[in-house]
Structures are given as structure tokens and as C-alpha cells.
Design a protein around this ligand. Structure first.
Ligand code: UDP
Length: 323
């Protein structure tokens, strides 16, 4: 089976994708500096703790590797507006180090974690890949920059790169003990659980957007479906497929209040909330047109109904609280 290097494989989406790849029989090596990831998310014999800028370590790990799946990055939009240099240094600098090492090792296939944040505040939804790239945060900009570098390397180095532009990743893989555990947590569903459990109200960031109930609309995609998208992208590259960018979402938008109601139904608990001001940089609506991924790579979301997402996330959440 092909040997795959996964960067950031101790993080949320990286660990679940690693789990999927191992289950499919791929020979997986993980590099993670554990600055945000969790050691227990990766089988010990697969994990190498190092930074991407440690070119010696990366070069060693790339020996015999057929393709790289590159997750390692900082991901918090708000933090990126406060610490832009850190985001460019880690997300762009780390990627450049990796890409240089890949060129030296002659590894020419890459699946890259990108984001819907490259579109900024979209002109219309659903958003196709051909929409304007206009990020509104250093985080989104850092991902757009790496995508552009990949375009150049496709041309001048024959590097085949697939960028997957994630919409709202959520859910968990509770049987594998893997799920979302950011610190500090900024994402909606884990914060809804926290409010349900502690009774401390969650802040809803704005209720005067032009949507059905005034709260923002997002396209929530189960992390298992997202992991599957990486597998199909990898298979595409291993089969000689070319570079490209693909949206990964369901095509269906839900408001914050709709997600809150689903959490109440699944947990059987009331979620206390209070309406707060809008959060800077939050677009009204982000919904994917994912027909390119469906048509070209045959991917379909299978687990992304909001009740299934919240059920899996809740199972993971409760298992972590007990253990
Ligand atoms: N949100 C909220 N309160 C929170 C966290 C998030 O109202 O405490 C809203 C946020 O404004 C957005 C949606 O929930 O409309 C999803 O936010 P999240 O941070 O999970 O993901 P993002 O859309 O920023 O990628």
C-alpha cells in the first residue's frame, strides 16, 4: 500500500483522516509538533513530533513517501486577526518548508487543507470554486497564499496538489475516541454542549442578519465525510489525476438557531443563550456548491444530517467527560 505522510495528524480533522487511511490499509506516518494537537490521537509508533520547519526531520520522514496530506496549521480566524505574523509564519512558512523538502525528495502529490474562508464574504451562495478569492482574515489569506503557491509548483515542478476548501467541520468519530477538542474552544457545537451542561448561556453572535431567523447560516459537514473527501482526493492523485481546488460541504445551510435546536433535541437539555453583537469577519451565509467534488471524484456526504452530526459529537463529548 502507498506510504502517506500526514502533517498535523494529531489534530481534529487530521487524526480522523489518519484513522480512515489506516483502516484502508495505507502505511501512514504522522508529523505533528503537538502545539495544538493531542498525542493520544495517533498510534504512538506512527507519530513523529517535529515542526515542519525542521527540514532534517521532514526530509527523513519523506523517504519512500508516495503522497502528503497536509493539515498542520493554525485555524482560529479571531486569533489570526490578533497574531497575523504567527499565522503567516506557521501556515505559509510551514507549508513552504514542507514543499521544499518534498521537491528535494521528489514527492509530487499533495492534498492540502484549505478553507471556505478563502472566499471571504461571498457575493452569492451556494459558492462554486470559481467564485472570487477574497479572504477577510489572515487565516483565510494564509490558505489562499498556499493555494497560489501550489498553482505555481504544479506548473514549474509537476507537483499535483488538491486543495480541499472545508466549510464548517463538525461531528466526531466517537468509536475511535476522536473528536473536536480545541483549547480555547471557539466552535459552535462544542460551545452549545458546554452551555447545555453548565447552564452558562452561549453568546449568539448577532440576530439581525438577513436570514430566516436573523442568525448566520453555515454549511455543517461531518468530519467523517470530510475525512472521506481526503481519501478520494488521494486516490485521485495516486491514479494520476491532476491538481485542483474542491469545496467540501453539503450544499445546505443551517442557521445558528437551527443548530441550537438540534443540540437541544439530541442532548435532551435546554441550551441557554443570549444574543450578543456580531462577531467581526462573520459573513451572513457560507454554503458550498460541492458539485465539482461530487461529479469529478464521486464523493457524497453521508453523515452530515445535523442530528447525526450532533449525536456523534455528543457521544464523543460525553465519553471525554467520563474518562
Ligand atoms: N457562533 C455563535 N456563538 C459562538 C460561536 C459561534 O453564535 O459562541 C456562530 C458564528 O457566528 C457562526 C457559526 O456560529 O455563524 C459557526 O461559527 P464557528 O466559529 O463554529 O465556525 P466558523 O463559521 O467561524 O468557521
Amino acid at each position: 500500500m502507498p506510504r502517506i505522510l500526514v502533517t498535523g495528524g494529531a489534530g481534529y480533522i487530521g487524526s480522523i483522516t489518519t484513522h480512515y487511511l489506516l483502516r484502508r490499509g495505507y502505511d501512514v506516518v504522522v508529523i505533528d509538533d503537538l502545539s495544538r494537537g493531542h498525542r493520544e490521537n495517533v498510534p504512538a509508533e506512527r507519530l513523529h513530533v517535529a515542526r515542519l520547519q525542521d527540514t532534517g526531520a521532514v526530509a527523513e520522514l519523506l523517504a519512500g513517501v508516495d503522497a502528503v496530506v497536509h493539515f498542520a496549521a493554525f485555524i482560529a480566524v479571531g486569533e489570526s486577526t490578533r497574531e497575523p505574523e504567527m499565522y503567516f509564519s506557521n501556515n505559509v512558512g510551514g507549508s513552504l518548508s514542507l514543499l521544499e523538502a518534498m521537491a528535494r525528495a521528489d514527492v509530487r502529490r499533495l492534498v492540502f487543507s484549505s478553507t471556505a474562508a478563502v472566499y471571504g464574504d461571498p457575493v452569492s451562495v451556494p459558492i462554486p470554486e470559481t467564485a472570487r478569492i477574497a479572504p477577510v482574515s489572515p487565516y483565510g489569506e494564509s490558505k489562499a497564499m498556499v493555494e497560489r503557491v501550489l498553482g505555481e509548483l504544479d506548473r514549474y515542478r509537476g507537483l499535483r496538489g488538491v486543495a480541499l476548501r472545508y466549510f464548517n467541520a463538525c461531528g466526531a468519530e466517537p468509536e475511535a475516541g476522536l473528536g473536536e477538542a480545541h483549547d480555547p474552544e471557539t466552535h459552535l457545537i462544542p460551545l452549545l454542549f458546554r452551555a447545555a451542561v453548565t447552564g452558562e448561556p452561549i453568546q449568539i453572535f448577532g440576530d439581525n442578519y438577513p436570514t430566516s431567523d436573523g442568525t448566520c447560516t453555515r454549511d455543517y459537514i461531518h468530519v467523517g465525510d470530510l475525512a472521506e473527501a481526503h481519501v478520494v482526493a488521494l486516490e485521485h492523485l495516486m491514479g494520476g489525476g491532476g491538481s485542483g481546488a474542491f469545496n467540501v460541504g453539503t450544499g445546505k445551510g443551517l442557521t445558528v438557531m437551527e443548530v441550537l435546536r438540534a443540540v437541544e433535541e439530541v442532548t435532551g437539555k435546554r441550551v441557554p443563550y443570549r444574543i450578543a453583537g456580531r462577531r467581526e469577519g462573520d459573513p451572513t451565509e457560507l454554503v458550498a456548491d460541492s458539485s465539482k467534488l461530487r461529479k469529478t471524484l464521486g464523493w457524497e456526504p453521508r453523515r452530515s444530517k445535523i442530528h447525526e452530526i450532533t449525536r456523534d459529537a455528543w457521544a464523543y463529548h460525553t465519553s471525554k467527560v467520563k474518562s
